[in-house]
Design a protein. Structure first.
Length: 123
């Protein structure tokens, strides 16, 4: 089962980021799984509303540079983070501007008593 679904929404014409956030303020998205058991209406997976706050210790980031559109999901368990770091040693992570973030570089934080995270002293 997928734990995270990322949707990328674009304004129909260019506008300031703050204006686009205001446009999205009341948006709610409901996701359905169109399974073999129910292909016409689907099975409700859940509903989400509101914009993610990039300063809440999010487990998502973008790869390569602040304007990247390549999201990455950080493992939350310490044992998985060690493997993740080894597999992605050449990558850098950023607080993605397209996700509403501040654009600063992020670093992995390994914890054994809580979820691992990405953070920066700047944001």
């Amino acid at each position: 089962m997928v734990d995270l679904i990322i949707l990328r929404l674009h304004p129909s014409s260019p506008m300031a980021a703050s204006e686009f956030r205001n446009v999205l303020a009341g948006l709610a998205i409901t996701a359905f799984d169109l399974t073999f058991a129910d292909t016409s209406e689907g099975v409700l997976l859940g509903t989400a509303s509101g914009l993610a706050n990039p300063h809440l210790g999010s487990t998502t980031a973008v790869i390569g540079h602040a304007d990247s559109e390549l999201p990455v999901v950080l493992p939350m368990e310490a044992i998985e983070l060690d493997d993740f770091r080894a597999r992605h040693a050449s990558q850098t992570y950023w607080c993605g501007v397209w996700l509403g973030g501040c654009g600063h570089q992020l670093f992995t934080k390994l914890y054994t008593d809580r979820a691992c995270s990405l953070s920066s002293s700047a944001c």
